[in-house]
Design a protein around this ligand. Structure first.
Ligand code: ADP
Ligand code: MG
Length: 209
């Protein structure tokens, strides 16, 4: 039962959006999926209340004991997706410790890329003491459609020495509008937003093949 964290200390980078939609995509493959809300602001829990818990089980674990607490509840699930907390370094470190894979959503802007430095340090320090666990990769989040990413942006991301996923999310109104209804982009499974989440989910699954 792989544990995938969506982490970035920068707020607004698309963590909750990706966590909720990725978790639903995994579930639509027929898997049992648990969504963990590690953000004290409780966005994923708010989303879950909006749909009255009908899409996914969501549990709040916004404390440093997350790795141990998760151990006790993750059996019975095929996947665990953790929605990360902004800013709070000790919660991010706990999520890194609990994870098999850390996905770092990053908007294609230099400020956002620079802001990931501390998180990358935490991940690499953990990898050093564990023989490489968790795996980690960047995903470009909220890219502008049909606009090629600047060479500088790709180079800046690649300079961290972590892979950058081929799939991206682009800036689409479907993300906030479905979220505000407690839904995901899979309310319209043929939409472009749903297609980009499916592509992301497939690429993430490849880490575990
Ligand atoms: P975080 O959890 O990292 O703070 P969110 O997922 O809450 O980020 O995203 C911040 C805001 O941006 C939310 O209002 C969300 O609906 C919106 N958003 C996130 N990703 C996209 C996207 N790909 N296209 C349009 N809006 C997005
Ligand atoms: Mg969030």
């Amino acid at each position: 039962m792989p544990v995938i964290s969506i982490l970035n200390q920068k707020g607004g980078s698309g963590k909750t959006t990706i966590a909720v939609n990725l978790a639903h995509a995994l579930k639509l493959d027929g898997s049992r999926v648990l969504l963990v809300d590690s953000d004290p602001q409780g966005s994923a829990r708010d989303w879950n209340e909006e749909n009255e818990g009908e899409i996914l089980p969501v549990v709040g674990l916004d404390r440093e004991t997350l790795p141990k607490d998760l151990q006790a509840i993750k059996s019975g699930y095929d996947w665990v997706v953790i929605d990360g907390a902004p800013q709070i370094a000790r919660l991010a470190a706990a999520a890194v410790k609990a994870s098999d894979l850390v996905i770092i959503p990053c908007q294609p802007s230099p400020y956002d890329i620079w802001a990931a430095a501390d998180l990358v340090d935490v991940i690499k320090a953990r990898q050093d003491v564990t023989d490489g666990k968790p795996l980690s990769a960047f995903v470009v989040s909220r890219a502008i459609k049909n606009t090629k990413l600047g060479k500088e942006i790709m180079e800046a991301l690649e300079s961290y020495g972590l892979p950058v996923l081929k799939s991206q999310t682009t800036q689409r109104v479907a993300y906030p509008t479905t979220a505000s209804e407690g839904q995901t982009v899979f309310i319209e499974p043929q939409s472009e937003a749903a297609k980009e989440i499916v592509a992301l989910k497939e690429e993430i699954k490849e880490f575990f093949n």
